[in-house]
Every structure is written in structure tokens, then in C-alpha cells.
Ligand binder design. Structure first.
Ligand code: ADP
Ligand code: MG
Length: 337
């Protein structure tokens, strides 16, 4: 090829050109993009520092989701695991009250919020700590809520954790969707239900949600399962208890004269049947325990008040099953070389 060789360097032209002043709008957009990037980086790091991330969901409110989330966290923590609990219920956060650490002042360092410390060394983060008046409802909609949740996940200094349990408001609204989209490597979700048909029907929504966000269901927990009555009678005798709707229930006193009868307040085995129907694991049942209600109000969780009690033991069984499900998932995960 002949002719003059052009030494055209496009970069020179660019350097010579006056850089246009960014408008205030553009600057704000850039700031926002940087903040978003920093948060994303932090979230990736966060995901690496936390062993297992478990979401606790339910189709409807009042089935004991927060009670179960705190119970799982406390049960793991008392086994010596480093555990965090994130209360994503931004409109009605109640985990700090359940754990008796309401009103804790959080420490902020390097733009990161340090979680509060609960029983058994549990690390706790909840919007309740950030609200001036926890009794005043916060109404956040759309993008503001989304931003708050992202910030809430990315800006907490958890440190190294074995497990992070995430509690949500009831249903499959923006909150679990946002977490599912922004927090990498979530191990799966636990679905809490009570044995009634309505609650079970609502769990179906959670199962569908799991499919949408492609996060596995680790299993179903049936809460408020049965209430056990105990008593003394002559050893080795039959006794009759009049149960709900006047139905007689039989029990046999053992050699020491102790008897027990479990009243199925709602229905028996609903959670197990639902797990079977949805083809997901059944992790276990928690008894109806009036101490749970008292504990929730007094801020002393049942597991802390009675570590060897029936409820604490039921939680331990559920945690064992849950961890087994998680390791199954880890074993079958494709290896990335
Ligand atoms: N196993 C249980 N036995 C008795 N009461 C329970 C049990 N689980 C939860 N509760 C009570 O039911 C109410 C709702 O529980 P909560 O955990 O706040 O539900 P959710 O988070 O699903 O709305 C609380 O008063 C709690 O103390
Ligand atoms: Mg709740």
C-alpha cells in the first residue's frame, strides 16, 4: 500500500477535546452507580464470609416464622456455631424484642453497621434498631424499599459466620425477592406452616416462589403442631382425657404413674403431608408451647429459658435435619474448575 502513512491516534484527539462538565444530574447518577458497585462488591465479600445462608418464609403471617427463625439461629448458636440473624421485616421488625435486646445502640464504623449481640453470641441485625420509634410503622414503597433492603444487606459488618438466618415479613413480596436477587449463594429456604389447610395452601405460594427465584426449598417446618398434656395417675392404669369437641382421648400411665396425651389443636401431620405433596423434605414439627408466647413477650426465647425442654429439643432435631439437607445440596453441587 502506498501513500502517506497517517499517524492518527484517536486518543490524542480525545485528550485535546474539552471534557464537558458533568451536569449535577449526571454526577448524582455517577455517585449512585459507584455506591451500587461498592455495595455489590461488599455483598459478594459478604457471601464469601458467610458459610450458609438460609431464608425463612411462610405463606401467611402469625404461623410463627419469626419464632422459628430465632429458634433455628439460637439452636445453631448453642452448638458453638457463629450465627447471625437478619430481620428483613422493615415494617414490623420484632426479632430484637423476641431476643430481649430491643433498644440496643448499634455501632457504625467505616460506613458499616455492626450487628447487636443476642443470647448465645448470636449476631442480630434488624430495622428495629434503626427506627426512632419502633411502634411507629414505616411505610416504604417501591424503589425506596428496594434501596433500603439492598443497603441493609450490603452494609452490615457480620464478620465470618457459619450461618445467616434471614427472617421476612409474611408472603413472597418484595423483600424475599430483593434478597434472592442481591445476595449471592443462598443455600435455600425453610417454609414454616401450621397444620391447618389454609396455612398449608398458602405454603404453595412459597414453593412456587422458590421455583421462580431458583433457590431450593430445604424443607417444611410444622409449627404449633400439638399440645402435650401431662399428669400423674396410678402406675400402669388407663386414663381418659376429654379433648376438644368432647372427644375422649386415652392414655396409659407408665410404671412411675406418668402419662401424656398430645392434643392436635389444628390437625395432625399437615406439614408432613404438604412436604410430601410438594416433594420437599419435612424437617420436623414444633409443639404448641405456651412458653413460646410468654418468651416472645418477655424477650427470653424458649430455647434460652429452657435449653433442655421439649421445644428446644424439637428445634435441635429440625436443625440436624436442615443441616443434613444443606450438605446434600453441597455434595451434589457441580464442581467449578
Ligand atoms: N410453637 C408455638 N407455640 C405457641 N405459640 C407460638 C408458637 N410459635 C409461635 N407462637 C406465637 O404465635 C405468635 C406469632 O408468632 P411469630 O413468630 O411472630 O409469627 P410470624 O413471624 O409468622 O408472624 C407469637 O405470639 C408467638 O409467640
Ligand atoms: Mg414475623
Amino acid at each position: 500500500m502506498s501513500g502517506p502513512i497517517s499517524h492518527h491516534n484517536p486518543n490524542e484527539d480525545e485528550e485535546k477535546a474539552e471534557a464537558p462538565e458533568a451536569s449535577a444530574d449526571q454526577k448524582a447518577q455517577m455517585e449512585q452507580a459507584y455506591a451500587q458497585m461498592r455495595r455489590k462488591l461488599r455483598m459478594t465479600r459478604l457471601a464469601e464470609d458467610i458459610g450458609n445462608k438460609i431464608m425463612v418464609l411462610s405463606g401467611k403471617g402469625g404461623v410463627g416464622k419469626s419464632t422459628v427463625a430465632t429458634g433455628l439461629a439460637l439452636s445453631l448458636a448453642r452448638q458453638g456455631k457463629k450465627v447471625g440473624i437478619l430481620d428483613i421485616d422493615i415494617t414490623g421488625p420484632n426479632i430484637p424484642k423476641m431476643l430481649g435486646i430491643e433498644g440496643t445502640e448499634l455501632h457504625v464504623e467505616d460506613n458499616q453497621i455492626h450487628p447487636a449481640e443476642g443470647p448465645n453470641g448470636l449476631k442480630v441485625m434488624s430495622m428495629a434498631f434503626l427506627l426512632e420509634d419502633p411502634d411507629k410503622p414505616v411505610i416504604w414503597r417501591g424503589p425506596i424499599k428496594l434501596g433500603a433492603i439492598q443497603q441493609f444487606i450490603g452494609d452490615v459488618a457480620w464478620g465470618k459466620l457459619d450461618t445467616l438466618i434471614i427472617d421476612f415479613p409474611p408472603g413472597t413480596s418484595d423483600e424475599p425477592l430483593t434478597v434472592a436477587q442481591y445476595l449471592p449463594n443462598i443455600d435455600g429456604m425453610v417454609i414454616v406452616t401450621t397444620p391447618q389447610d389454609v396455612a398449608l395452601l398458602d405454603s404453595r405460594k412459597s414453593i412456587n416462589f422458590s421455583k421462580t427465584v431458583k433457590i431450593p426449598v430445604l424443607g417444611v417446618v410444622e409449627n404449633m403442631s400439638g399440645y402435650t398434656l401431662r399428669g400423674k395417675a396410678d402406675p400402669n392404669t388407663e386414663i381418659t382425657v376429654i379433648g376438644p369437641q368432647g372427644l375422649p382421648l386415652q392414655a396409659t400411665a407408665d410404671g412411675d404413674g406418668d402419662w401424656r396425651v398430645t392434643l392436635n389443636l389444628f390437625k395432625q401431620g399437615g406439614g408432613e403431608a404438604a412436604a410430601e405433596e410438594f416433594e420437599v423434605p419435612f424437617l420436623g414439627a414444633l409443639p404448641f408451647d405456651p412458653g413460646v408466647v410468654r418468651g416472645g413477650d418477655d424477650g427470653v426465647h424458649r430455647i434460652v429459658a429452657e435449653p433442655e425442654g421439649e421445644t428446644a429439643q424439637a428445634f435441635d432435631t429440625i436443625v440436624t435435619n436442615l443441616m443434613a439437607e444443606i450438605s446434600k445440596g453441597e455434595d451434589s453441587a457441580p464442581e467449578i474448575i
